[in-house]
Design a protein around this ligand. Structure first.
Ligand code: HEC
Length: 154
């Protein structure tokens, strides 16, 4: 009798452990699955924003910062490889939204000129920022969103 009970006990433990490990594996695979989809959606959104931003760049920025983003020495600072753009994310969005003037230093070179406000919508600013932050070798992991642009006040 005792032997019989013991047998059931062991069997139950085995079944229990197997169930737990199957559930755990299932749980894990679901987590990875959701993560991949979220990343795909983010990538797709960023790519669409960059594509719209490219158009805005040609219409509103290219005449000064040039098609290759290199600018003009001493006059128009570069966006390609710009340390200002990388380190001063908030100020860069602010500059595109409200304009920028006065002395600044980009990649160790001084500029003291003026960029007038361009009159873009917040959504357009997010798009053009995503374009310049992901072009000419620039990379930016964190996408600029409409919410982020809206939160930057004068
Ligand atoms: C009329 C010329 C002109 C246009 C058009 C223009 N910029 Fe600028 N931009 C400048 C100048 C000049 C500066 C530097 C201002 C200063 O010296 O304070 C500047 C600075 C910047 C900076 C910060 C410095 C750097 O090089 O990283 C960013 C970012 C920027 N511009 C983005 C843009 C974007 C995006 C657009 C289009 C939506 C745009 N600019 C359109 C002339 C222009």
């Amino acid at each position: 009798m005792i032997q019989h009970l013991k047998k059931i006990g062991v069997l139950e433990i085995v079944v229990f452990i197997t169930t737990v490990s199957i559930l755990a594996q299932k749980g894990n695979s679901e987590v990875t699955y959701t993560k991949d989809i979220t990343l795909d959606i983010q990538d797709a959104k960023l790519n669409e924003s960059i594509a719209r931003g490219k158009e805005i760049y040609s219409d509103f920025c290219m005449q000064c910062h040039l098609p290759d983003g290199k600018g003009t020495p001493n006059v128009f600072p570069p966006l390609a490889g710009s340390d200002w753009l990388i380190k001063k994310r908030k100020e860069s969005i602010h500059a595109t939204k409200y304009g920028l003037n006065g002395p600044i230093e980009v990649n160790g070179k001084p500029y003291n000129s003026a960029m007038t406000p361009l009159g873009l919508e917040d959504e357009e600013i997010a798009d053009v920022m995503n374009y310049i932050m992901n072009s000419w070798g620039n990379t930016q992991k964190k996408m600029v969103t409409l919410e982020e642009v809206s939160s930057i006040k004068k």
